[in-house]
Design a protein around this ligand. Structure first.
Ligand code: ATP
Ligand code: LTN
Length: 326
């Protein structure tokens, strides 16, 4: 079975962009892959975090993983900082990377824009991400489109090290979802939906109450020509909503365009509220059941143990190939 690895940062409320771009694939892959899903808390501290809130967010993401359908009987679920190999391998890979290639990462450029000096962790973030992936001899990495450049860097690093020390790493492939791969912010469809955006109506979180979902969708930016048609360039707002509707209801966009021919944005948005509430309610209910349970802690502890076992084997090989240690 091919091995899958992916991670989500515990930096806030998981939104439908994370769900449709990443988590939904995580669940689908479980049946015919060996999957490892991580809560990447060490990535979260690349920007300042409140320690108490971070702990809560770690457990939130873990409970959400399970609530969307990740099954701990099939997949390994764990917290990144519970497995020391991530930090260890990250250093080894840092020494195989160049400042030039890291400076070209668009996420770093975005996040450090207008700052006189950026945190070093923000700069080396993609190297830690490469370590996450390579530590488990990963074959496939399901992620949203925004991570393409980071996956490319990971492949470059693996190939570079293998060139020097053959057989060190498995070179992984990214798996990007086309439909729904990039969900845009509801208040500004030129930006991606993000956990960290200030306006809460820019996103729909998986745990939003129906009243909040309604408010955010009804407020969503559209355009003035009143036609419900997919046209990302000229009608980014409606196209984004169509895309969300389509993936949540598993209906092709063309069918939706037909269904709403001659209808207004108001009707369309009302139906989208219903579709969204129907899709998210079972997730919210399951989340409430497990978030404060002892079961969740046991799953994370077991997960870390299993992950560590794989990580140790890789680190042994890496250290041997690099000539590190005794
Ligand atoms: P932030 O915007 O605060 O940096 P984020 O929302 O991008 O965070 P991550 O934890 O970085 O969240 O991402 C988790 C997963 O969700 C990744 O695989 C990422 O590619 C995917 N993802 C994030 N935002 C979107 C989006 N708007 N549309 C589709 N996928 C997304
Ligand atoms: N950088 C990713 C989160 C992430 C990740 C990973 C995804 C950290 N390590 C390893 C896949 C594999 C993000 O911001 N979405």
């Amino acid at each position: 079975m091919k091995r899958v690895f992916s991670g989500v940062q515990p930096t806030g409320n998981i939104h439908i962009g994370n769900y449709l771009g990443a988590l939904k694939q995580f669940v689908e892959l479980q049946d015919d892959h060996q999957c490892i899903y991580c809560i990447v808390d060490m990535h979260a501290i690349t920007v300042p975090q409140d320690p108490k809130a971070l702990k809560e967010h770690i457990l939130d993401v873990a409970a959400l993983y399970l609530a969307v359908g990740i099954d701990p009987e099939k997949s390994i679920v764990f917290v990144q900082s519970d497995v020391p190999g991530h930090a260890e391998l990250s250093w080894v890979l840092t020494c195989s990377s160049y400042t030039g290639e890291l400076s070209r990462m668009t996420q770093f450029k975005d996040k450090s824009k207008n700052k006189e000096s950026a945190p070093t962790g923000l700069f080396t973030y993609p190297v830690l991400m490469a370590a996450d992936i390579l530590l488990y001899d990963t074959d496939v990495v399901p992620v949203g489109n925004d991570q393409k450049q980071h996956i490319e860097l990971c492949r470059d690093l693996a190939t570079r090290v293998n060139g020097k020390y053959p057989g060190t790493f498995v070179v992984p492939d990214g798996r990007f979802l086309k439909e729904g791969a990039r969900i845009m912010a509801l208040d500004d469809p030129s930006k991606k939906m993000s956990k960290s955006a200030e306006n809460i109506h820019s996103r729909i979180s998986l745990l939003d109450e129906p009243s909040k979902i309604k408010k955010s969708i009804m407020k969503a930016t559209t355009d003035s020509d009143g036609v419900i048609r997919l046209d990302t360039e000229n009608k980014p707002g409606i196209s984004n909503l169509l895309n969300i509707y389509s993936v949540l209801s598993e209906t092709p966009v063309a069918d939706l365009e037909k269904k709403y021919e001659g209808k207004g944005y108001g009707d369309f948005k009302k139906d989208l509220v219903e579709v969204t509430v129907d899709a998210l309610t079972p997730i919210r209910e399951r989340f409430e059941e497990i978030r404060h349970s002892e079961e969740l802690m046991t799953i994370l502890r077991d997960g870390a143990e299993k992950a560590d076992e794989i990580a140790r084997k890789t680190m042994k090989r890496v250290k041997e190939n690099f000539g590190l240690g005794l």
